[in-house]
Design a protein around this ligand. Structure first.
Ligand code: ATP
Ligand code: MG
Length: 567
């Protein structure tokens, strides 16, 4: 309500239908510069109060009319801040103690001041002024109250907004913490996995190497086909073991990747036949390849393995046929939401989608963990998605899964968009020229694992080389000092004390042109980052690969010596 407007309209109503009381009162008020309005009857008084008045002067007898009900109803219905002041003119000698009607009236009207007639003009003026002031106070209180309420409302809204913000911050924080926990868990599992893979690679090198010798010896002795068959089963099992350790290494992101600039559409097109034969004739394969797909930067072999793993999973999820869709697309991603997500940036996306069984929440949450499988014993090792994730993350990308139980699963692999520079690099990289040296030579073999060293030495001797053995980095340095005619050093990377890279560094300091071949089952990527991939031999290996790598290293060593020789 507006104060100034109220003051302008400030007026007293008068109801005194009998005699000249009304005129007298009105003229007294006019003399005191107070506005008044004379009402005909109670009904008009109520109407005028509703229109706006600050007090009402009425004679006691005027309230005896039945219409007083309208007035008392209005009084009872006043808002909490309002207590309208009435001035009731009583008859001479009509004191309250002798007037039960007055008591009733007081109860019905609430804020009542009685004034006995005949009254002194000053008394009337002072009572009316007091009533007007009282009414103004009520208006002020109401205004203050409204202001207070609106402030409380504003503050409540502000508080609610702050609260909402806080809640969303808490949720965000919880999500980040959960993601972090998941990442730490995966990291811990990754370390464990790479440790296991490392040990198994050593064992498998021994097993596979010795199997090769046994097969050869048995053949030489003309032993029957059954034993040969058994050996072949053993070899197949060991080779499967080697594949598993390979996937474990990929999961722990310790795989040695050889990324290239790739046209993903070409990769997928090239895999069509392989995919179809893998998932069987009853599942239809559809491809949808983005025509302007960006070049990606990734290791092609690992990528094919990843797509194959996804296709196999899709096949297993669709036992009664269905559809498989492989698509490529260019995408720009925002901040990661899941531990598997790639960092924000531009990626080339490959999606393998099936209409199979989908995954439960429980399986979805743990799907990337190594060894999590819902498949029967012997059917799944739980390393497929681990390989996919490890490969994608190590390639600086990521993975996403969308799955609905009963409807199907889509797995998205995100690979970083290739920098234009890397395109040129790849184009400019000359094809490796390898001239095989056929003569034998002397090789210093350094490995702390006796069994691995034995079998490797046997393979090398078999290949026609002279082998010197050392069980540690220190021993190999001593040997290299004594033996001047060493043509090549083969070093195990993971050795206690000095690792292979350190030994190689010290050897190179003594004999700069001595070629070195590094054997590694798992490797701290950072430690071998700068090492030429041609100088690295992955465990487990057979005689064939070992022979190739040794020949290559010797050829390069010879070429280097020639180029450094004085003219
Ligand atoms: N496309 C899919 N549809 C439904 N469930 C899937 C799908 N892909 C994976 N899964 C679930 O996730 C689990 C883990 O998959 P992952 O590929 O890592 O291992 P696996 O297929 O069980 O074994 P492996 O791939 O080593 O042979 C599977 O056992 C399966 O329960
Ligand atoms: Mg799988």
């Amino acid at each position: 309500m507006n104060h100034a407007a109220e003051r302008a309209a400030e007026r007293a109503l008068i109801l005194a239908p009998l005699g000249r009381d009304a005129q007298v009162a009105a003229s007294i008020l006019r003399d005191a510069e107070l506005q008044s309005f004379i009402c005909r009857d109670l009904a008009q008084l109520v109407d005028e109060i509703r229109r706006g008045a600050e007090t009402a002067i009425l004679t006691e007898e005027s309230t005896r009319d039945a219409a007083v009900l309208g007035l008392t109803e209005w009084v009872a219905a006043q808002p909490p801040w309002s207590d309208f002041p009435f001035i009731v003119l009583t008859a001479h000698g009509g004191g309250l103690e002798r007037n039960p009607g007055a008591t009733e009236l007081m109860e019905a009207l609430g804020n009542v001041t009685f004034l006995e007639r005949p009254f002194h003009p000053t008394t009337l003026v002072s009572i009316v002024k007091a009533s007007l002031r009282g009414r103004q106070r009520q208006y002020e209180c109401q205004n203050l109250n409204e202001e207070l309420e609106s402030r409380v409302r504003e503050r409540t809204e502000e508080l609610a907004a702050t609260n909402r913000q806080l809640m969303s911050q808490i949720e965000e924080r919880e999500r980040v913490e959960e993601t972090l926990r998941q990442m730490q868990r995966l990291e811990a599992v990754g370390q464990l996995t790479s440790g296991v893979a490392h040990d198994f690679n050593n064992l498998l090198t021994v097993v596979l190497g010795n199997l090769q010798f046994l097969e050869r010896d048995l053949k030489a002795h003309g032993v029957d086909g059954k034993s040969m068959q058994r050996l072949s089963h053993m070899r197949i099992a060991a080779e499967r073991g080697a594949k598993l350790t390979d996937q474990m290494l990929t999961f722990s992101r310790r795989q040695r990747l050889q990324p290239k600039t790739l046209d993903l559409n070409a990769v997928i097109s090239g895999m069509r036949e392989l995919l179809q034969s893998t998932i069987g004739g009853s599942v239809q394969i559809e491809t949808q390849l983005a025509p302007d797909v960006w070049a990606a930067f990734a290791d092609p072999t690992q990528l094919e393995l990843a797509v194959l793993n996804l296709a196999i999973n899709a096949r297993d999820a669709m036992p009664v046929g269905g559809g498989l869709k492989v698509t490529t697309a260019n995408v720009s991603l925002g901040q990661p939401l899941w531990p598997e997500d790639p960092p924000a940036g531009e990626y080339v996306q490959i999606c393998v989608a099936d209409k199979g069984a989908g995954m439960s929440d429980e399986v979805r949450r743990k799907a990337f963990e190594p060894f999590l499988t819902t498949k029967d014993v012997g059917k799944g090792s739980g390393l497929g998605l681990s390989q996919v994730l490890g490969f994608a993350k190590q390639s600086r990308g990521g993975v996403r899964i969308r799955t609905i139980p009963g409807e199907g699963t889509s797995v998205y692999i995100y690979l970083p968009r290739a920098e234009p520079a890397s395109l040129q690099e790849t184009a400019a990289a000359p094809a490796a020229q390898t001239h095989c040296v056929t003569r034998g030579g002397t090789i210093l073999l350094v490995d702390d694992d006796r069994a691995v060293r034995d079998v490797t030495a046997s393979m090398l001797r078999d290949l026609g080389y002279i082998v010197l053995e050392a069980g540690s980095g220190g021993a190999s340095l001593d040997l290299a000092d004594r033996e001047r005619n060493i043509d090549l050093v083969i070093l195990d990377f993971a050795m206690p004390g000095m690792n292979g890279v350190e030994v190689a560094r010290q050897l190179r300091a003594r004999r700069p042109n001595l070629p070195v071949l590094l054997i590694t089952g798992f490797a701290d990527r950072a430690a071998i980052e700068g090492v030429d991939p041609e100088c690295i031999l992955g465990k487990p290996f057979g005689t064939g690969v070992l022979g190739e790598k040794v020949k290559l290293a010797l050829t390069r060593g010879a070429a280097q010596r020639l180029s450094h020789a004085p003219a």
